[in-house]
Design a protein around this ligand. Sequence first.
Ligand code: FES
Length: 310
Amino acid sequence: MSDTSQDTPHVPGPSLWPIGFAIGVACLLLGLVISWIVAAIGAVLAVVFGLLWARDVTRDVRDEVPEIEPETRAVADTAAAASAPDAAPAPLPTYTRSRFLEASTIGLGAAIGAIVTVPVLGFMVLPSFTNLEESEADLGPIDNFPEGTFVIASYLANPTAGEVSRRTAFVRNNGPAESGEPSFTILYSRCVHLGCPVQPNGPIDEDARKEVNGVELRPVLAQSFGCPCHGGLYDAEGNRQAGPPVRSMDRYAFSIKDGRLVLGELFAVGSVSGSGASASISRYPWSTPGTHVDGIEAWLYPIVPSQVTG
Ligand code: FES
């Protein structure tokens, strides 16, 4: 009677781990586009379910460690050995084709995943470590900003990249705040509808134009700001007054270092009440143009595509 157990094909039991692994990878890829938090959750899911899956698939290999009997030699019983010349040799441990295919499928999948993911992660993560200072820009001594007047400041955020990195900010010295600290309103010129360059509504004093440390400064009598693309209109605090923009103009954080005005990071603004040094600003993390940062719309459209601030 033949041993049928050797003829039974090896079929792995049903498992949910591959589904979890696939969900993790999908989350990771989606997260690379919309949010680091989602990407991190996806990566954790993919690693955990991937390990569980691999453990499941390789269980048979790990469990079936054959007990090897000590090697012996028949010395005395040569007659018996001679009488049974067809005795079957002890079975060797086997490694079936199905196991080989499973292992190679997982290995191949991991290799392809690494080839696709590592360069993407590199391009997205490395700039965070190589351009730490890019978000800062030195606009020169604060004396260049007369109190109560907007100044158009134009500078290269990354001089090695050239004109493509040019940024424009509308800077108003509000005078000292209640605390005695200098106060500045610094609006980013990019329209928060679709990103067109916003223009100040008022005459520019070209005679007073100056260039300091590579930064072009031009005073302007602006009481509002307009966007030429679709008619967006903002007041002097950057609040939306008309047109399709979905929030107030973005602003720069700033600091004063050795009497010089230094731009910090951009942030989004829901609305501004009051004005100048006493303004109350609803501040949010920077977001792409067209994105609501407060109100019910922020809940209705929670996914924000990643985008550079240029
Ligand atoms: S881009 Fe400014 S109003 Fe549309």
